[in-house]
Design a protein around this ligand. Structure first.
Ligand SMILES: Cc1ncc(COP(=O)(O)O)c(C=O)c1O
Length: 394
């Protein structure tokens, strides 16, 4: 006997997870090297060399107590190092007091949501969106309201304004966006901020702008990633080093609260409390301690641009319609079949794993991750062309 809600959610499942399970079965049947897997958001670029060298040095460092509990917010010197990174980007006064170290962005999102939501509150998300959001929000007895973005995957500010109500407590944005690869400029962020400010006035309540940005360093073609802190004072950034440093399995992330927020101390206290009481307790000690070295080394951030170019060229030559990603390691092309589930199924039958747009709240598209080996992309060239031709009835 398990929770009814979890039972229902398990059935609903996640498309990425489903593709993972079906893909694992297919790999068993056809052989690992015969399956071209573009379904995962798992970094394919290894962490920087500084990570491997630094971890060895940290392990060899003398002194006791390096692996024990610490304050629930994390080591204060590491929080200060994150604050220093923030300072460079957002041009505001940050200190360790504005930062909480977390178990990835997933942990950071859950403790932030737990800290600000009351039962039955609404969190607005912009579709297409990372599908775990729905479950994260439900964890705290609340629900999401989905607002579609436009054809370029940019926020539709009128639709966002129309979605505001006296139940909305937060708008959760994700730029660079998984799955679309869209990046919001400062102007776009400001537009969202203005909608929130008007709604706060109208409904006389605080409405947070929560920015989930684990891909903020994975940008292409000089894309401008706007600051939520400049757009709206009631704002929180959640991020991690799962993607930029390739440390997804090491579970290291952070939450940063806008230094100018009213009652910011209370909010930080709540976030630290929730880090403890949701059972995360603190972010992993060793991986916290490696961060200053990675920040100091200038080529720590993984460069996916050659893979992005290759993936775009392959899709373009095969006549797929798509917007070139400005960030992340995903492309979100239009499905050549009107029904994206059917197209993804057709791809599956040809040993190619993709994720249907339906799973991200935007049907008619599919997500292709180019966080793969170059060879996997090269091998996929003909089969992707073939799939497009089959879909076109050729
Ligand atoms: C948009 C988005 N947010 C959050 C996460 C979770 O990241 P983390 O591994 O840091 O928990 C992911 C992971 O794929 C993601 O794509």
């Amino acid at each position: 006997m398990i929770s009814k809600e979890v039972k229902a959610d398990l059935k609903k499942g996640s498309w990425v997870r489903q593709m993972f399970d079906r893909g694992a079965e297919l790999k068993k049947q056809s052989g690992e090297d015969k399956v071209l897997d573009f379904s995962l958001g798992n970094p394919s670029i290894e962490p920087p060399q500084e990570f491997f060298n630094g971890i060895k040095e940290l392990l060899d460092e003398a002194g006791k107590g390096k692996h024990r509990y610490m304050p629930n917010a994390g080591f204060s010197n590491i929080r200060a190092a994150v604050a220093n990174q923030m300072q460079k980007v957002h041009n505001l006064e940050f200190s360790d007091k504005h930062v909480v170290m977390t178990v990835g962005a997933g942990g950071g999102l859950n403790i932030s949501l737990k800290s600000i939501l009351n039962p039955l509150d609404v969190v607005v998300v912009l579709a297409p969106f990372f599908m775990e959001y729905e479950f994260y929000v439900k964890n705290h007895g609340c629900m999401i309201r989905k607002v579609d973005t436009n054809e370029e995957f940019m926020p539709d500010l009128e639709a966002l304004e129309a979605a505001m109500s006296d139940k909305v407590r937060a708008v959760l944005v994700n730029s660079p966006n998984n799955p679309s690869g869209a990046v919001y400029s400062q102007e776009v962020m400001n537009g969202i901020g203005d909608v929130l400010k008007r709604a706060e006035k109208k409904y006389n309540r605080t409405i947070y702008l929560v920015s989930d940005e684990p891909y903020s360093k994975i940008l292409y073609d000089l894309a401008e990633h706007g600051s939520v802190f400049k757009a709206h004072v009631n704002s929180i950034i959640v991020s991690s080093h799962s993607k930029d440093f390739g440390l997804a399995g090491e579970r290291i992330g952070y939450v940063v609260v806008n230094p100018e927020i009213k009652n910011g101390e209370e909010l930080i206290d709540a976030i630290i409390f929730c880090n403890r009481t949701l059972g995360f307790v603190n972010a992993p000690a060793l991986i916290q301690r490696i961060l200053p070295r990675l920040y100091a080394s200038k080529d720590s951030t993984a460069d996916y641009s050659p893979l992005k170019e290759l993936a775009c060229n392959i899709l373009r030559e095969a006549n797929y319609e798509f917007i070139k990603p400005k960030g992340t390691f995903y492309i979100f092309p239009k499905s050549p079949l009107a029904n994206d589930l059917e197209f993804v199924d057709l791809a599956f039958k040809n040993n190619v794993l993709l994720v249907p747009g339906t799973g991200f709240g935007r049907s008619g598209y599919f997500r292709m991750s180019f966080a793969v080996e170059e060879d996997t992309l090269l091998k996929a060239k003909d089969v992707l062309k073939n799939l497009a031709d089959q879909a076109a009835g050729g």
